[in-house]
Design a protein around this ligand. Structure first.
Ligand code: SF4
Length: 377
């Protein structure tokens, strides 16, 4: 399917909704996401505020086609709070038949009660933040779980017959290729239909940035993952995402297809009618703003060539790439031609330029940053 057409996102007029849960057990050393440990009263404040935001935004919205509840760590919310969250979402929205509902979970906080609640609701996918099956690596990353908990969490989710995804991380200091091969082998042993691999990077303002460790380049690890996961039947459908056929994340495919989505909760982003809106990141500010109206702190209209180039970068993240006919129809023929010319400057082992579509090759995925820079600059 590489480069032969649009991604199989069929949301129709359905809504793509993201809900951010801003809590974590502890702050991982490399994390720049908006999250913090739960303090007494926080869960209640969050749920009351989210309810107000949903009341303000859900009216007349179409049925949900994809819902992604991420964070932070959604499994840090207690089962009682989860029960309340489900009630709030159900009162605010309707769901289309076959809706994809994903929840992120971390092994340290996931319980059987969570799994049973989700099983009894509409959850179809669980994305487990494993990162590694090596206790030393987990400790270095500041993760709040150990390898035994990671194994137990995956077993719980697999037994409940969710579509399970697991996140793995490579590129830690002093990591050898053999370390990564061992970790990936263990990840594959669970037989999940989806695995995401991320390279550790240094984000400004994190404890990790203050330590400023030397990181390996990571090219060999990523290349190995591309080969090994494909061999296990997980096809790469996006820079960091590998899935068995039919287990791709539709919510994320809509995002990479430059589709619209609504974001709810602290720090959540939405994108509707060409405008990107971002919510207040801190729970206290978010809660106070929902008392007065919408908790939006910034709005940015994307239009013209800038919108087209950003959409091109998103599309090239997937194996489907850019379908030129659709792209020209949506963003205009002149900018489509200009981007096509930019892509034709790359050799054929990095970008495949067909009559209908352009997409990155596996090597192109490894060198993606160079391609994005060429398009955005
Ligand atoms: S669990 Fe995820 S969101 Fe929470 S601190 Fe760690 S990396 Fe950040």
């Amino acid at each position: 399917m590489r480069g032969t057409g649009r991604s199989p996102v069929v949301l129709g007029q359905g809504l793509s909704l993201y809900i951010h849960v801003p809590f974590c057990d502890a702050k991982c050393t490399y994390c720049a996401f908006a999250s913090a440990p739960v303090r007494p009263g926080d869960e209640k404040l969050y749920l009351e505020s989210l309810k107000r935001e949903i009341t303000a935004r859900a009216e007349n919205s179409p049925a949900i086609a994809t819902l992604y509840i991420g964070g932070g760590t959604p499994s840090v919310l207690s089962p009682v709070s989860w029960d309340a969250l489900i009630g709030i979402v159900e009162r605010g929205f309707s769901f289309s038949g076959g809706a994809e509902v994903t929840v992120e979970a971390n092994p340290g906080s996931l319980t059987r009660e969570h799994v049973e609640l989700w099983r009894g609701w509409r959850v179809t996918r669980v994305s487990v933040g494993v990162q590694s099956f090596d206790d030393r690596r987990l400790k270095f990353l500041g993760r709040a779980h150990d390898a035994a908990q990671a194994r137990a969490a995956l077993a719980l989710c697999m037994d409940a017959e969710f579509s399970v995804s697991l996140d793995m991380m490579f590129g830690l200091p002093e990591e050898t290729l053999r370390d990564w091969m061992t970790d990936l082998k263990t990840a594959l042993s669970f037989g999940t239909g989806h695995i995401s691999v991320y390279q550790l990077t240094i984000e400004e303002g994190t404890p990790f940035a203050r330590q400023n460790p030397a990181l390996p380049e990571g090219y060999a690890q990523y290349r190995y993952a591309q080969w090994r996961l494909a061999r296990a039947g997980l096809e790469q459908y996006e820079v960091a995402s590998f899935a068995r056929h039919g287990q791709e994340c539709r919510h994320n495919l809509n995002y990479w297809d430059d589709g619209e989505y609504i974001g709810l909760g602290p720090s959540a982003c939405g994108y509707v009618n060409g405008v990107r809106r971002t919510n207040a990141p801190r729970l206290g500010d978010y809660a106070a703003m929902t008392l007065r109206g919408l908790p939006i702190i910034s709005e940015e209209r994307l239009e013209g060539e800038r919108a087209a180039r950003q959409a091109a970068v998103l599309a090239l993240r997937t194996k489907y790439g850019i379908t030129w006919k659709n792209f020209a129809k949506r963003y205009g023929a002149p900018v489509a031609s200009a981007i096509r010319r930019d892509l034709e400057r790359f050799p054929a082992d990095i970008v495949t330029n067909g009559a209908e579509a352009s997409s990155l090759t596996p090597k192109g995925f490894r060198l993606g940053n160079a391609v994005w820079a060429e398009i955005i600059s």
